[in-house]
Design a protein around this ligand. Structure first.
Ligand code: BES
Ligand code: MN
Ligand code: ZN
Length: 527
């Protein structure tokens, strides 16, 4: 055989070996190929409603003040004993205070949990019940809850129970303390109205927050762009008035979405854009755009290892927009929503993008990449342009774990809110107040807009010295959104993950944003 033909043959067999090697890439996508668990999270206390509290259950009493609520559940002897305990412990009913008592009447325990918000601003039934149920996670007893005087308060209390007792333990095979699974009955005269409220609205909200927390908690070897898409698609299965659009990498490349494709190109797991539309009302939709980085190593601008594991939750914004949309759709809210998740894994690799690269975005604007670690604003640049162009929303809210800077500015009790106009900021601040998912408005001053300009492209994604970090990120996203579009940016990098428990959110994934965006959408169409 002539020499040339031989080497051609060699080349041919090398090429076919490459084709045959394709399954190896698929294997890489699922890592070891050994699922960490097929088990669900452990069973929690089921929530029930009844007019009368079961006789022998442990009792949670939510307190608006130091005075016991009017409830038929307590005998006069129990009341007298409780009043003595309240007086001697100086229990005021202030939100956050709890008093656990044993030996009163026939009940295994009675826990008083304060619900009074500061400055006489009413009762926070959900936080009070969340706090109480967390204190009783290992209490081996059936429970009953009393205190809220009406159906709305009872349903709120049930929401607190549900969110407060959340756990992510599906990977634990060797736990020492079993968590209690006996039911808890929310009791009061308006039980059937409360049950209806729960079934129609609060339960869907709680389930949606749980879905977001599950996704946040899931490690990046099991949660990557396509598996996120699969999980969300499954959650929406059978839900009416939903349409789902999924863009894979080839589709995004065709539409010149160079920013999101660039972020994902260092990873063998393809990037995705997932659009979920819910049509429950009429007119233009409200657009919600979420950052969905399923893991953020920083890419070539690699992060230090300390705390890097937490970057598995860098898709919290995407989880929040999908959670809010699921809650609105399942409770048949009269609103129109278009939610977009910009999904990619930010990895270093031979094909990863580099600092200095220039990419073009969906609308044609260009970006100079100064740090591959400022990737959230990149994936959102394509997502917000796409959703505005294709779905013509009346307003757009983006939500992202965008900067470490926001946590240093406002801590872990507030997410950062950025808006060009007061009107949309005020709507968000109101929804924040209603839900307890707090926001603090931060500056988006036009003077900072110049700071993100690049020497060789339109804008640069990092290296901004003349603006605060979180504001520079907000300006960058805003650069891709028409001035005429009401727009707000929520930077949730300080609140998506709790280092210690809060009443409605155990340590870990918070599901922040699901309740806030659900409330925003409802208020916007009904007011
Ligand atoms: N995902 C991070 C931000 C983050 C930090 C979220 C801590 C949650 C906790 C984001 O992609 C990032 O790396 N931001 C950089 C931006 C910088 C390179 C302009 C940051 O905050 O340092
Ligand atoms: Mn990053
Ligand atoms: Zn990130």
């Amino acid at each position: 055989m002539p020499k040339l033909q031989l080497s051609r043959l060699a080349l041919f067999s090398a090429l076919s070996a490459l084709t045959i090697a394709a399954p190896a890439t698929a294997q890489n996508v699922i890592g070891s190929g050994v699922p960490a668990s097929t088990a669900p999270n452990s069973t929690e206390r089921p929530i029930a409603f009844a007019e009368q509290a079961p006789a022998n259950a442990g009792l949670i009493i939510l307190m608006e003040s130091a005075a016991l609520p009017a409830t038929t559940t307590l005998s006069s002897a129990e009341r007298t004993a409780l009043e003595a305990a309240i007086a001697s412990a100086d229990f005021t009913g202030k939100m956050g205070s709890v008093l656990k008592l044993r030996g009163i009447g026939a009940r295994p325990l009675i826990m008083l949990s304060g619900a009074a918000k500061p400055d006489d601003r009413g009762a926070d039934w959900k936080s009070a019940s969340g706090k109480a149920v967390q204190k009783l996670m290992t209490e081996d007893a059936e429970l009953a809850l009393v205190g809220p005087p009406d159906a709305a308060g009872m349903a709120e209390a049930a929401l607190g129970l549900d969110l407060g007792q959340y756990r992510f333990d599906r990977y634990q095979t060797d736990v020492e303390t079993a968590l209690a699974r006996q039911k808890v009955t929310v009791s009061g005269s308006q039980a059937s109205a409360a049950q209806a409220l729960w079934n129609n609205r609060h339960k869907h909200l709680a389930d949606s927050v749980r879905m977001a927390r599950d996704l946040q908690s899931e490690p990046a070897n099991t949660l990557y762009p396509q598996s996120f898409v699969d999980r969300i698609s499954a959650a929406f299965k059978g839900v009416p008035n939903i349409r789902i659009e999924i863009l894979d990498e080839a589709a995004m490349r065709k539409m010149n979405m160079g920013a999101i494709v660039g972020v994902g190109q260092g990873s063998p797991r393809g990037s995705r854009m997932m659009v979920v539309r819910y049509t429950g009302g009429s007119g233009a939709p409200l657009a919600l755009a979420g950052k969905g980085i399923t893991f953020d190593t920083g890419g070539i601008s690699i992060k230090p290892n300390k705390g890097m594991w937490a970057m598995k939750a860098d898709m919290s914004g995407a989880a929040a927009v999908m959670g809010a949309t699921l809650s609105l759709a399942k409770s048949r809210a009269p609103v129109n929503i278009v939610a977009v998740a910009a999904l990619a894994e930010n990895m270093p690799g031979a094909n990863a993008q580099r600092p200095g690269d220039v990419v073009r975005t969906y609308g044609g604007k260009t970006i100079e990449i100064l740090s591959t670690d400022a990737e959230g604003r990149l994936v959102l640049a394509d997502a917000v342009q796409y959703v505005a162009d294709r779905y013509k929303p009346f307003a757009l809210v983006d939500i992202a774990t965008l900067t470490g800077s926001v946590g240093r500015a406002v801590g872990d009790q507030y997410a950062g809110l950025f808006a060009r106009e007061d009107a949309i900021a005020d709507r968000l601040l109101k929804a924040a107040d209603e839900t307890g998912e707090h926001l603090w408005r931060l500056p988006l001053h036009p003077a900072y807009a110049k700071a993100i300009r690049s020497d060789i492209a339109d804008v640069k994604n990092s290296g901004v010295t003349d603006a605060p970090g979180a504001s520079a990120g907000a300006h960058f996203i805003g650069y891709f959104i028409d001035e005429s579009m009401p727009w707000a940016h929520l930077d949730i990098a300080g609140v998506d993950w709790n280092n210690s428990a809060k009443p409605l959110t155990p340590k870990g994934a918070s599901g922040y944003g699901v309740r806030l965006l659900d409330q925003l959408a409802r208020d916007w169409t009904t007011n």
